[in-house]
Write a protein that binds this ligand. Sequence first.
Ligand SMILES: [Zn+2]
Length: 306
Amino acid sequence: MTGTNGLPALFDAMPGVRRPDTGPLSQIHAGRIRTLLPRGFGGEWPGPGYIGLNVPRPLRAQALALGAGHDEYQRFFVARSQAVDPKWQPFLPLIARKHFKPLCVDMIPESSFGASLKNLLTEASWNEARRSSYQAAGTVCLCCGEGSGALQCHEVWDFDDRPTDDGWQTQSLKGLLAVCAPCHLMFHPGLANIRGLYEDIQKRVQAINVWSVADYNLHARHANRMHAIRGRVSWRLDFSGFRLPELEIDPKWQQLDDDGTFSRTLQVGRCVTRISGAAYRYNGEPRSPGEVTGMRGSGMIRQPAV
Ligand SMILES: [Zn+2]
């Protein structure tokens, strides 16, 4: 998940997810040019007047030579008044990028709840899988540039909405994004709603995307409609589009078939899923990738209207 200069390809990875290219939604999904740096969200780090930079380890010397500040944890930052200087653009998080593609929320369909990479893997395997995303971010949130607490890893999925004969449709992993906890909630509006933080994430999405309330509502209506539609079909998980280390399936999952089908009883019911497009191990044995993945049952998190 690195761009041509080795930096996180956030602005390639996110637009790589299928978006409407016609109709009113195309306006808010299109690339934009930012003329004002929006305010930060008040995180303790990097503090008022500063914005964090995404500096992967191989580019640290370059960032230092350009005059970036840094702390004892190798987190880099510049004064917000300096951020408009083009030399910082390659290092800036999404909220400060001049040319950018809006970040859009694709909610996980209820028929696919529980079938996340994080849930599927052992803790060690998940840590290995997500390590590159943290390295690419330079331990600073890729969306807002703040980094007071530990970053979290968000799985970016692309949903192929074309119907299939067997009723199983494909959701493909497009990337893993290292983000701060408040930014991570932007991708999970249902959870934000449960926690009473829905207005916070709406403001955050609007600030990052330079969206008006009307823009946001347009996107939310679309996301909510797709969530309802996608919840009616089964989803196979495809990992072929994103390079991952060998996956170790958590033994809490029961293998149902040699074709990569697994099941596990989670908080709200039994999940059945099938892995495709990646080598994996199960109980120490290497296995071939399966063909079709999907899951049926109620979800772990109720996701109400966006
Ligand atoms: Zn953030």
